[in-house]
Ligand binder design. Structure first.
Ligand code: FAD
Length: 625
């Protein structure tokens, strides 16, 4: 069959995973007539691996997606069955929200949001081909030969492109367990001028809950009060809460793994793709950290209505007999029954240096890539890219200029800059340490950083924007009120502070300034009668506190951002002769020549390119001009 679908679309998104759903939603929210084309409508929003959202760096991305009107935080609020704030005792920059999610509830929440989105149509069918004419996208063709016309395609095929699953020596084609691979499309993409390579990732075996002896494990209940992901969300949306558990591997487990390595596809050379450094398989951990006699495993429920358990920390592609033996060697798992074997998957990804920072391919106009196919790993990284790509595809369909945030504005900016400037040779995941301005890029202020921008871009609805304005006003009002309350050694407030907080003021000080003192937070201050604290949203009082407590550091970082910004856009001419720059080391020279950065900002972020080398480059560029 060959038929042209009668309605053209402004944007077509291929893939209904985390990147695809956010891409389609963002495009449709901004007003583009959008089609989401995916293998199977039932798997929209499916979590391929760990049923959890957030964590350090990743939670920051979820908040940013939410601040830009995306779906992930809402879905997590409706699906989170165990909530935690990681790094709760550390500074606000590295505090991060994480929830264990009920896999079915999460999928249902995403599906409901997608189905409720105006301007967005769904169609179930594998895409086998892209229509490209004169270097520009013109449409897509599905498995049954149906052609859809469009000038903007966002490809978000995840681990499906030429996906190959490995369990011990056994290997077969698959997009993830239970789903077909996208082989025809992968072949077609390999004919295009986009550089494809292989990566791999893996997942642990799942275990029947009733076959585990929980009395041998350490219980890990969630935090109270429960955190919330969306700025517009509430704890009332969270379903029933359950505990997670902690177990440990032993020397015996490690010996079983070592004995099985000769049949491990990772070590026999059967798997060629590089795996995720920060989420390694258990066989990788045992080999790389040979001196460790035990590794922690988080025992996580897959959901409220399933008896399956996800043992986080033993991802493996060892043969099934080794998987069973290693699982049963863990205390509490002696009788364990595996319901699904662990496996590794190899898939095609594309060198993200072939992308513009707004995720359009440099080679083909109108073709955008987002998610795992850009070399990242994780739902949050995929979703954030999807939102950016969908938003920009929609903008391009209206001939509007592309938008992307800078490294000083959002983790999303760090993510796309890292990928498009440096590329990646292993699955890339987000960490707070990747951001140089992390004190500015906190979870608690993603809405203050991005929602007004999102509103101007058309992806944030009016109600959310108004909620932001109300919050900003409340922060300013309360800060101003505290600034107007004076405590001095002789006055009533000074005496109350001494009585209630054991706090002495040696000179006249306003109440806002008191928040700079260590150990004094808004909550303590509000307990002093003379402060007359109004009842406020905790998100407001948190900002009042953080903004003043860290004002000095934030100011210094702002100055640094300004300094960097001046050089960020300083252009390096195409074909620039780095050999002519005096004093560059052989290593720096090689790296710059390989990467050929377009700006000094990009050059400064190439691994191994030192600030000293950047100074030499700047001096040279100045002399030339
Ligand atoms: P996906 O979620 O894979 O979605 C791709 C979508 O595209 C699917 O809906 C698919 O049906 C559709 N599709 C593909 N090709 C076509 C086509 N030709 N036509 C129509 N539709 C198509 N992340 C971690 O952070 N830690 C881990 O430990 C981890 N382990 C993983 C283990 C395994 C086995 C797998 C499969 C993934 C793992 N991940 C892990 C990665 C995580 O699942 C992905 O990062 C995330 O799902 C990527 O989102 P995505 O939207 O890019 O792709």
């Amino acid at each position: 069959m060959s038929m042209l679908y009668p309605t053209p679309y402004d944007v077509i998104v291929i893939g209904g995973g985390h990147a695809g759903t956010e891409a389609a939603l963002a495009a449709a929210r901004s007003g583009a007539r959008t089609l989401l084309l995916t293998h199977n409508i039932e798997t929209i929003g499916q979590m391929s691996c760990n049923p959890a959202i957030g964590g350090i760096g990743k939670g920051h991305l979820v908040k940013e997606i939410d601040a830009l009107g995306g779906a992930m935080a809402h879905a997590a609020d409706r699906a989170g069955i165990q909530w935690r704030t990681l790094n709760a005792s550390k500074g606000p920059a590295v505090r991060a929200t994480r929830c264990q999610a009920d896999r079915d509830l999460y999928k249902a929440a995403i599906r409901a949001i997608v189905e409720g989105q105006p301007n967005l149509d769904l169609f179930q069918q594998a895409v086998d081909d892209l229509v490209i004419e004169h270097g520009q996208v013109r449409g897509v063709i599905t498995q049954m030969g149906l052609r859809f016309a469009t000038r903007r395609v966002v490809l978000t095929a995840g681990t499906f492109l030429a996906g190959k699953i490995h369990i011990g020596p056994a290997q077969y084609a698959g997009g993830r367990a239970g789903d077909p691979p996208a082989t025809t499309l992968a072949q077609r993409l390999r004919e295009l001028p986009v550089a494809a390579e292989r990566l791999k990732t893996g997942t642990p075996p799942r275990i029947a809950r009733d076959s585990i002896d929980f009395s041998q494990l350490e219980e890990q209940p969630g935090d109270q009060p429960m955190p919330v992901f969306s700025y517009l969300g509430s704890q009332a949306e969270h379903p029933r809460q359950v505990s997670c558990w902690i177990a440990h591997t032993s020397e015996h487990t490690h010996q079983l793994i070592r004995d099985g390595l000769d049949r491990s596809p990772l070590y026999t050379g059967q798997i060629e793709g590089t795996g995720p450094r920060y989420c390694p398989s258990i066989e990788d951990k045992v080999v790389r950290f040979a001196d460790k006699s035990s590794h922690q495993i988080f025992i996580e429920p897959e959901g409220l209505n399933t008896r399956e358990i996800y043992p986080n920390g033993i991802s493996t592609s060892l043969p099934f007999d080794v998987q069973l033996a290693l699982v049963r060697s863990i205390k509490g798992f002696e009788q364990a029954h595996i319901t699904r074997p662990g496996y590794a998957i190899e898939y095609d990804y594309f060198d993200p240096r072939g992308l513009q920072p707004w995720l359009e391919t440099r080679a083909i106009e109108g073709l955008y890539f987002a998610g795992q196919i850009n070399g990242t790993t994780g739902y949050e990284e995929a979703a954030a890219q999807g939102l950016l790509a969908g938003l920009n595809a929609a903008r391009a369909s209206r001939d509007e200029a592309p938008w992307y945030p800078g490294r000083d504005e959002a983790y999303l900016g760090v993510l796309v800059d890292d990928l498009t400037s440096n590329g990646t040779l292993e699955p890339y995941r987000m960490f707070t340490s990747r951001a140089e301005y992390r004190l500015h890029l906190r979870e608690d202020n993603a809405d203050l950083r991005l929602t007004a921008i999102g509103y101007r871009l058309g992806v944030v609805p009016e109600a959310r924007y108004q909620a932001l304005q109300a919050k900003q006003e409340a922060i300013e009002r309360e800060s101003a009120r505290l600034r107007g309350l004076w405590a001095s050694p002789g006055n009533a407030l000074g005496a109350e502070l001494a009585e209630h907080l054991d706090l002495t003021v040696s000179r006249e000080t306003h109440a806002l300034d008191l928040l700079r003192r260590p150990g004094i937070g808004y909550r303590q201050l509000a307990g002093v009668p003379g402060i007359q604290a109004p009842v406020l949203d905790p998100a407001v009082t948190e900002q009042v506190e953080v903004q003043i407590k860290y004002a000095g550091y934030l100011e210094r970082q702002r100055e640094e951002i300004e300094r960097q910004r001046r050089h960020e856009t300083t252009a390096i001419p195409p074909g620039f002769d780095y050999e002519a720059v005096r004093g560059l080391s052989a290593e720096v020279l090689l790296k710059l020549k390989q990467a050929m950065p377009a700006t000094v900002g990009q050059a400064s972020r190439i691994g191994g390119v030192t600030p000293a080398a950047i100074s030499l480059l700047l001096v040279h560029l100045k002399r030339r001009s």
